[in-house]
Design a protein around this ligand. Sequence first.
Ligand code: ADP
Ligand code: MG
Length: 551
Amino acid sequence: MGTVSGAALMARSLKTQGVDYMFGIVGFPVQGVAAEAQKAGITYIGMRNEQAASYAAHAAGYLTGRPQACLTVSGPGVIHAFAGLANAKENCWPMILIGGASPVYQNGMGAFQEERQTELAAPYCKFAHDIEHASRIPFYVNKAVRHSIYGRPGPVYLDFPDDIIRAEVDEDEIVDAPRVPEPPRTLADPEAVEATLNALESAERPLVVVGKGMAWSRAEDEVREFIERTQLPFLNSPMGKGTMPDDDPLSVGAARSTALREADLVVLLGARLNWIMHFGQPPRFNKDVRVIQLDIQPEEIGSNVAVETALVGDGKAVVGQLNRALDNRQWFYPAETEWRDTLKAKAEANLKAVQPMIDDDAAPTNYYRAFRDIVDWMPDDAIIIGEGANTMDIGRTQMPNRSARHRLDAGTYGTMGVGLGFAIAAAVTNPDKPIVSVQGDSAFGFTGMEIETMVRYNLPVKLIVLNNGGIGGGIGPLEEGQTVPPGILTYGAHYEGMLEALGGKGFYVEDPKDLRAALDEAMAFNGPTLINVPLNPRAGRKPQEFGWLTT
Ligand code: ADP
Ligand code: MG
């Protein structure tokens, strides 16, 4: 029997487990790991900062349904990638971080980039462990993958020291481990299924909220059948968008605040009552609202609001149970109710409030006018990435999704700077789909150098920067000698020129009348493009009923 190196065994084990992508930065001690990954048939994408690489890894995990890998050097490399671990944990998305580490025999000696990596990674992870012997690599990879996708998905960490990477082990000493099967699809208590349908029949103002847990569990067919059969009004969460088509007639997304505030029964499908859902509490919710909650994680049930009925199980399986239980009932929510009228009137009023901004051809433009052309141009199968304060919030209302897992944004953790890593992940895992990222100028800047990664791998990502020269709001050009306010960025900065310099194609669109032509030209270009759209720095949103983060 021959021998195999720790690096090669890691690559082999990852491939066995369905880890097909690795995003990282090489250096001591992991060069060999990346090279072996390529030999094993894993697509390796070399990035410019571990932070962006870790964002790419968990977006790729969400999109493919298996955890994908991030590979970093020891010490600072691992620390940078904690940004992605934390974001993955908050979003409930899988990923494996493989952190290179200083050699075990130098532990405690002040080795190069020595750090207590596993200890520090643990709070962000479902499972974090050192690999103490090369022969056990398959065992640890199997265990890490299982933890990352069974139950509520999340990130895992494996610490991979230099001497273990370089170790040679006999093939017959290897502790082999099989491929982790797809997560078991657990069913809810049948009594809870019936109780859910009874509750719906008794509700006057029901609302279904579709979250990214449903997108993750590939439950779109079941959710669509459920909504079609029950005719219930529904709302997609920001990344649940597309699980039900946003432009479905039963969507009440355009009357979100009213729907949440006045519903008497809310059915949460794979969505949490956290800050994004205003904790399920007054004044954003009715104080007597009844809640039915579907979640794979039992501990999530009852968070912030007591729950009337708990559907604990896998999203796809449990909504399938609801659909089968519906076979025995004639019931559906009637076509004409006061509730539907209220929601329809509110949606129409909201649309009317923004119509003048949509129709405004003035230059520099405003968000709504820019989104008008972007939406007209957007291909139906595009994976859309949205990021930035106003850019993301307004984009959520203006850019619809029609398919599940086609929307990525700052998510539960509200992380700015995820956009370019997410776009790279979407492009490499979905080479047949258009990838469109719409970011604010601040969001773009966090990981802007990843445009070089896009050029190097010729990833045809279409970047659009809605540029108001500020974090949140801008003020336009500064006056001579004016102290630079903390939230101000260079107004009119030519970010498209950076991409041009690196080999992509850039556009600077000052007049909204030129936007559509630029978008078409960008789509026709076979490579990364960046359309930089200076905005009127005072362009804002429609007046909001509740301020940002109001509970
Ligand atoms: P959103 O931001 O879209 O509201 P959240 O991330 O807050 O979504 O909530 C998603 C929920 O989905 C989490 O509580 C998670 O435990 C749950 N979840 C994850 N996987 C599954 C699954 N397979 N079936 C059901 N629920 C799931
Ligand atoms: Mg800005």
